[in-house]
Design a protein around this ligand. Structure first.
Ligand SMILES: Cc1ncc(C[n+]2csc(CCOP(=O)(O)OP(=O)(O)O)c2C)c(N)n1
Ligand SMILES: [Mg+2]
Length: 618
């Protein structure tokens, strides 16, 4: 039996019957498709989506990059077991996908990208928006998606879908190497017909594997754990994707090991008895102190980015060793670790079964004291200061106190993600989605929409962004309004790219082009601040907006926003240059090694000294 269909119709029909399954839980793999139509997809994919009807729900974003971020929020909320498809036209519609694709692949979050492409026949060439590369006649702008995709294919004959689509599904669900999967579709081919076998459209369930560790891997890790006196666990996003939170906490508590978290893993260890909170550049002092003296670091589901390792300066114990538990082999081997290439949940269960000793009591007491000291330090830092507006930390603490366990907090760029890693307590409060792998300004709001679409039980979804991020990509507020998706944007106004401004002052001793100010006579942006009415801007999108200048009005705004049915926003004005207390963790940036300025020369000398704390081989 065969069905005569266009390639686009076959694609959409196929996607509508794919499912994923893990631990007996089955769900649609691609339950909806986002799209912005142009001449590259309206007649093909657009026609197919129209004809297939309710089997594939259609959403309309306002920017192609944003729809990818929405898919990533969606995927994060369901532990990567499902995602959305994103259809773009050709040319700029497709290249707008690139930043979203990079966010996906860097964060190991799945998304299916369906950019239209040039004519396979080339008879029409150059078609509108076609790149004419003199170096290679078969290059199109979609080739920009290759380096940021974990799987790329270009469909130049309708029957290629028979092999391309199963491969794409496999890649989306590969726990070790998921990310952006791109299927580029020549615009003429989208409408071409083929007799697809009926069996291609039978419902299919893809089982997501839980890869076990080998005995040898477990034995080597166990030997290190038995010998350790100052062990530490670093828990990353992989713990979450594996749904291994309880196994992590059980393992840590049974062995008396403190748990620190990365940005992607924020909250996974918050139930542990010795929960240290975030680690690294934006970590807590408790986590960083314990890390500095650890003799064994068990890294579970983490990519060990420079934020986590303090640019390889954090682990100062000369005897330190590492165990890497990761389903992705390259990650498992980082820092010269004894690698356990396995699913986090399975590996932690297996390790626990082989171990029974707890860590020394004095060490556990030390960790407890470090946690208590840090809590007090943070509370002191959140104290009101005379003559200053409220601080961002005060705002986050108020939100933290108001949020509940079914709520979410979302952040990606600017100072919010770092401050959340450091100061947000997930215990008894909102879960966090911190995208600090690509730290993409503009990820936050669409990701919040994706979480709302994925998590039916979600309470409030607080999307915390700065004014710079808002100005870059506010338009998904319109999609939120259109779909009645309840998210609460907390827009923190501080008059500029203040996180970068602070970094700039540390690394150059200067202020240059990082605040929203008019040019002075020399053309430097040192003049008066640009006045923007953010609340009016939000309201112009049809979104209800509250404003807060102090903690009293903030509390009232949080309460009022909760009562709003659709999306809402709270515009918060904070003390512009006040950051959260630092922990001396170091982050390596390229520093100007020569300069006519004395302060810059001094910074270069200090930078060289700090680099002495780095270690690249263990
Ligand atoms: C798309 C993108 N462009 C540039 C950057 C570099 N960057 C990181 S934080 C930041 C400033 C963000 O400003 P804002 O949202 O106001 O937050 P604040 O720093 O003031 O807390 C910039 C430009 C980025 N992360 N993403
Ligand atoms: Mg700002």
């Amino acid at each position: 039996m065969a069905r005569r269909m266009t390639a686009a119709q076959a694609l959409i029909r196929y996607l509508s019957v794919q499912h994923s399954e893990r631990d007996g839980e089955r769900r649609r793999l691609i339950p909806a498709t986002f799209g912005i139509f142009g001449h590259g997809n309206v007649a093909g994919i657009g026609q197919a989506l129209d004809e297939v009807g309710s089997e594939m729900r259609f959403y309309q974003p306002k920017n192609e990059q944003s729809m990818v971020h929405t898919a990533l929020g969606f995927a994060k909320a369901v532990n990567r077991l499902s995602t959305l498809a994103c259809s773009a036209s050709i040319g700029p519609g497709s290249t707008n996908l690139v930043t979203g694709a990079a966010t996906a692949t860097v964060n190991r979050l799945p998304v299916l990208l369906l950019p239209g492409d040039t004519f396979a026949t080339r008879h029409q060439g150059p078609v509108l928006q076609q790149l004419e590369a003199s170096s290679a006649a078969d290059l199109t702008v979609n080739d920009t998606l290759r380096p940021v995709s974990v799987y790329f294919d270009r469909i130049s004959r309708p029957e290629q879908l028979l092999t391309a689509l199963p491969e794409a599904m496999r890649a989306l669900l590969d726990p070790a190497a998921t990310g952006a999967v791109t299927i580029a579709l020549h615009q003429d081919v989208q409408g071409e017909v083929y007799d697809y076998p009926e069996s291609f459209f039978e419902p299919r369930t893809w089982t997501v594997p839980r890869r076990p560790a080998t005995i040898e891997e477990l034995e080597r890790a166990v030997a290190l754990l038995r010998a350790a006196e100052r062990p530490l666990i670093i828990a990353g996003g992989g713990v979450r994707y594996s749904a291994a939170e309880s196994e992590l906490v059980a393992f840590a508590d049974a062995l008396g090991i403190p748990v620190a978290e990365t940005s992607a893993g924020k909250g996974v260890g918050s139930g542990a008895r010795l929960a240290l909170g975030g680690i690294g550049v934006n970590g807590t002092r408790a986590a960083n102190e314990i890390a500095a003296r650890a003799d064994l670091v068990v890294c579970v589901g983490t990519r060990l980015t420079d934020f986590t390792t303090g640019s390889h300066s954090l682990f100062a114990n000369p005897e330190v060793r590492f165990v890497g538990v990761n389903v992705c082999a390259p990650d498992a081997h980082k820092l010269g670790a004894e690698a356990v290439v396995a699913d986090a949940k399975v590996a932690l269960e297996s390790l626990r079964a082989l171990l029974d000793d707890g860590s020394p009591v004095a060490y556990r007491d030390e960790a407890k004291k470090a946690i208590g000291d840090w809590r007090r330090e943070l509370a002191d830092d959140a104290a009101e200061r005379d003559g200053e507006r409220m601080s961002q930390l005060q705002v986050l603490r108020a939100l933290n106190a108001a949020a509940g366990e079914r709520d979410w907090v979302v952040a990606a760029a600017g100072s919010p993600p770092g401050d959340l890693l450091k100061a947000w307590d997930c215990a008894g409060s909102a879960r966090a989605h911190i995208e600090f792998g690509f730290s993409c300004m503009g990820h936050e709001l669409p990701a919040g929409l994706g979480i709302r679409m994925a998590d039916e039980d979600a309470g409030e979804i607080y999307v915390v962004i700065g004014d710079g991020t808002y100005l870059m990509a506010p338009t998904e507020l319109v999609t939120a309004n259109q779909e009645g998706l309840k998210v609460t944007m907390v827009l923190i106004v501080n008059g500029g790219y203040q996180s970068i401004h602070s970094l700039q002052r540390q690394t150059t001793g200067s202020s240059f082009g990082t605040e929203f100010r008019r040019p002075d006579e020399d053309g430097r942006l040192d003049g008066e601040f640009v006045a923007v009415d953010y609340a009016a801007n939000v309201r112009s999108f049809g979104v209800e907006c509250f404003e807060a200048d102090d903690l009293g009005s903030l509390d009232a705004a949080i309460r009022a926003a909760r009562e709003v049915e659709g999306p809402a926003a709270i515009v918060v004005r904070v003390e512009p240059r006040r950051g959260v207390v630092g922990t001396d963790a170091w982050w390596d940036l390229g520093i100007a090694a020569a300069s006519g300025r004395e302060r810059q020369q001094q910074i270069a000398v200090e930078h060289d000294q700090a680099r002495a704390s780095q270690r690249f081989y263990y």
